[in-house]
Design a protein around this ligand. Structure first.
Ligand SMILES: Cc1cc2nc3c(=O)[nH]c(=O)nc-3n(C[C@H](O)[C@H](O)[C@H](O)COP(=O)(O)O)c2cc1C
Length: 183
């Protein structure tokens, strides 16, 4: 069976809900990076055993929060031994603005996957960008590297647009299916 892990950081719960939706689509195990930027020791074994790893983080100040970066730096241990070489990777980000510099976070995740010698899975969904498009549509923020999610800054995770959550569920399924094909 194909194993997928979603490793994510969430400061205030919005990205956590997004990660849960990605994991639902991918049938993945969730690993939360805590407020100190750490994951449980056993989670490193889960990542090692995974066929695919999906990174998730909100965008803070135009990039991933330091807790995600601490996790990324800690992954230099498996990097040294090429332990994640040829795994399938994906990633997603969530932030308050429609744009909000999400792409910077996506590029950081793609680069991290490349550092590990991984195979990055793009979003693979057409953008919904016509006059008739709404926030309920899949890929209404027009991502290509991976799913982009917007959480209004003055609301809880329950106000994340339905289209964004459907986008991430489909992306999770895509990563899992590509990992299964390559296995
Ligand atoms: C320190 C900080 C910096 C932020 N910087 C950005 C930003 O650069 N762009 C943006 O669109 N939203 C920004 N936001 C808003 C968050 O991305 C947004 O509230 C997100 O839903 C938080 O996710 P979380 O609840 O998983 O932490 C920032 C929030 C915080 C707390």
């Amino acid at each position: 069976m194909t194993k997928v892990a979603v490793v994510y950081y969430s400061g205030y719960g919005h990205t956590k809900l997004v990660a849960e939706n990605v994991a639902e689509g991918a049938q993945a195990e969730l690993i939360e990076i805590d407020q100190e930027g750490n994951i449980p020791e056993a989670a490193w074994d889960t990542l090692q055993a995974a066929d695919a790893i999906i990174f998730g983080a909100p965008t803070y100040m135009g990039s991933a929060p330091w807790q995600f970066k601490k996790f990324a730096d800690a992954s230099s241990k498996p990097w040294f031994t090429r332990a994640w070489q040829d795994k399938v990777f994906g990633g997603f980000t969530n932030s308050a603005s429609l744009n909000g510099d999400k792409q910077v976070t996506m590029i950081a995740m793609q680069t991290l996957a490349a550092q590990h010698g991984g195979i990055w899975v793009s979003l693979g969904q057409l953008p919904a960008n016509t006059l008739a498009s709404t926030r309920d549509d899949v890929n209404n923020l027009g991502g290509s590297a991976g799913p982009l999610v917007q959480s209004p800054s003055d609301a809880g995770a329950d106000k994340i647009p339905a289209g964004d959550l459907e986008t991430v569920r489909l992306y999770g399924a895509r990563v899992a299916s590509i990992a299964a094909r390559l296995k």
